[in-house]
Design a protein around this ligand. Structure first.
Ligand SMILES: *Cc1c(COP(=O)(O)O)cnc(C)c1O
Length: 422
């Protein structure tokens, strides 16, 4: 399966007249279509809601597109709460799934009427003191141990900082009820980027079982179960993508097997996907500005790891298409690099690609989630612009590129200000 770039070479040549590379491009139409598939896959559940994980792509235009498709937002910081607020997302359209939460962020979440998801039992008192206990409250569960899926994906909840133990979460619900809470939810995130249809159903079965236990032991009927994020995307061509319809159906089967017989017939399913909602629908477009022939063949780009950190940080594979050379044979082996003084600043290592010439445009696929968002300023490299290819085919700048003035702005109180900031 070939990965189709969002933009053609001709489109990029037009865009760079006003927006030089590097830039991010998002595909509005594809984001909307995917969101509709997600909603359809869970339409069997009356209360279903996807809360888009804002941290994946914290841009108000993207958030607005998803909000228009019926998604709420999942926040974990002040900035993400404020972004939601300005888009018009508030009240229970916001999940606040934070951890190590500062008091002012709980206050802001409470003020917006967000559903607060407590990461720890000690946060009950902390929330009570700082914002009060709301009627609707969620607790994050960490079952410990390891989770292993049949395709070999493994993750280690027992080693993760998130959530409450089994014993704690039962205690937490008891305390919260005594403090006046009326509607309760459970949340858990066990594994990241799972490219298998069995992850959500497996997680659901664990959380449904817990809901039944909570009903039996405490007499509390859980109102919603939040399966959080972790649904993955195939970064490599040829990898089998998740089938969201099969995933929704797998969760439905567990629901019918575990919740219905226990009399829990009205539980809403929530999700907090980030990667699955936008990952495949955003790309980083960059130009090859140098080639270098030493012990290996290098292509140097005008984007670097500061624009897309995943390959450097996780050794993540991101597919690369050389625009205009889609059909040429991949008979050259390159390391595709950025300009950071860091040898891990490589978008690809030993990658077979068509012959690349200086001036060629490269698009780095599947950068629509945890891409721009994880940017940084090392070596004084600046954040790129974000553009959106709108449903009508037009290109909209949804965030301008950072300038040196922005970069130097935090020296505005110093003796260097007048020389640094133009
Ligand atoms: C990161 C995160 C998500 C989204 O994860 P994806 O892997 O992008 O789907 C959802 N919920 C919480 C609490 C997170 O930290």
């Amino acid at each position: 399966m070939k990965k189709i770039p969002i933009l053609t070479k001709a489109e990029v040549e037009e865009i760079v007249k006003t927006h030089p590379t590097p830039f991010y491009i998002y595909d509005e139409k594809a984001i909307r279509e995917n969101a509709r598939r997600v909603n359809k896959a869970f339409s069997w559940n009356k209360g279903f809601r996807e809360y888009f994980a804002v941290k994946a792509t914290p841009n108000p235009y993207i958030m607005k597109v998803l909000y228009e498709e019926g998604c709420g937002s999942d926040c974990s910081s002040m900035a993400e709460l404020i972004l939601s607020e300005v888009v018009g997302i508030k009240g229970q359209d916001i999940m606040f799934s934070s951890n190590v939460t500062p008091a002012e962020e709980y206050k802001k979440a409470a003020e917006l009427g967000a559903i607060i998801n407590l990461d720890d039992i000690t946060h009950i008192d902390f929330l009570k003191e700082n914002a009060g206990i709301p009627e609707t409250i969620c607790c994050r569960y960490n079952p410990g141990g390891v989770i292993e899926l049949s395709n070999g994906i493994m993750d280690n909840p027992g080693d993760a900082k998130y959530g409450m133990t089994h014993e704690q979460i039962l205690d937490a619900f008891k305390q919260l009820r005594d403090l006046g809470a009326k509607r309760f939810g459970i949340h858990s995130f066990l594994a990241s980027n799972t490219v298998t249809n069995e992850y959500y159903p497996l997680l659901a079965s664990k959380l449904f079982g817990l809901a039944v236990e909570i009903k039996e032991k405490l007499g509390i009927s859980i109102s919603f179960i939040n399966l959080s994020g972790g649904v993955g995307i195939p970064y490599k061509p040829g990898e089998e993508p998740n089938d969201i319809m099969a995933i929704g159906d797998g969760v439905r089967k567990e629901y019918e097997k575990i919740l219905i017989p226990a009399g829990l017939t009205d539980v809403a399913i929530f999700t907090e996907m980030g990667r699955f909602m936008t990952g495949p629908y955003g790309e980083l477009v960059t130009q090859a500005i140098h080639e270098k022939h030493i012990y290996k063949e290098y292509i140097g780009c005008d984007a670097c790891a500061a624009n897309l950190m995943r390959p450097a940080m996780y050794g993540a594979y991101h597919h690369i298409t050389v625009l205009g050379k889609e059909d040429e044979p991949c008979d050259h082996k390159y390391d595709v690099t950025g300009s950071l003084c860091e040898n891990n600043d490589k978008f690809a290592i030993d990658r077979m690609l068509p012959k690349i010439d200086r001036g060629d445009y490269l698009t780095i696929h599947d950068a629509g989630a945890h891409g721009f968002a994880m940017g940084y300023n090392y070596n004084g490299r600046l954040w790129s612009a974000e553009l959106m290819k709108c449903v009508d085919g037009s290109i909209k700048e949804i965030r301008r590129a950072e300038t040196l003035n922005d970069y130097f702005a935090t020296f505005d109180h110093t003796e260097f200000a007048s020389k640094l900031i133009k």
